[in-house]
Write a protein that binds this ligand. Sequence first.
Ligand code: ZN
Length: 235
Amino acid sequence: MTRTIRHQGTILRYELMQTRRKSIELRVDMQGNVKVFAPIGMPLRSVDTFVSSKLDFIREARGKADAYRRQQAQAHPVQDGARVLLEGDVLTLRVRSGKPARLERSGDELILTAPDCGDGAVRETLRGLLIDMALNRIVERLRVYGPLVGRPYGRVTIREQKTRWGSCSSKHNLNFNWKLIQAPPQALDYVVIHELCHLIEFNHSPRFWRLVEQYQSDYKTWKSWLKKNGSTLGI
Ligand SMILES: [Zn+2]
């Protein structure tokens, strides 16, 4: 649910997720959105008080997110004729006005149909479609490698993080960065395999890396590809 608080002249909207958890956690994503994860049963007033106590942190995090978005927008212009990375290839973006929003790859071109062709709107439409594409691809690859690793996992979420590609929580929920859809497919597979292997080895021990190697023999190539090129991904 969305909640709004007023505190010392500041109005803040945040998204509240009530889940089975012991502690409260607040996150600010790269778009500057505030998400709060609170235990079911925690009074809403206490949640609001907690959020009010974090206003300085939120301001700072939003400042960083703004700077990151500005830097990304400068590095990755989104307009007709721009170059956009997808699945490891550099494609030429073609923007068409129309409904519904969709994205199609045709040879070396990436054809974006956008309902609103205003400046920021095209970027947001493209980002949303790339996130959808990333989620579909990641779920598809989890279906391939999940049964091989043979351990159950929980929720799968997609987030935008600067250079963190994936994570596996102690509750076996998996999280992936949407920008992986721009990397070569083998690099995306590497991250999927990496997180699945954490279901067996919750560490980065030699045993963990041997496990990763079992499912992707050239994983080192893709691990270093991400290290070297990861900061060039995004829009
Ligand atoms: Zn790891």
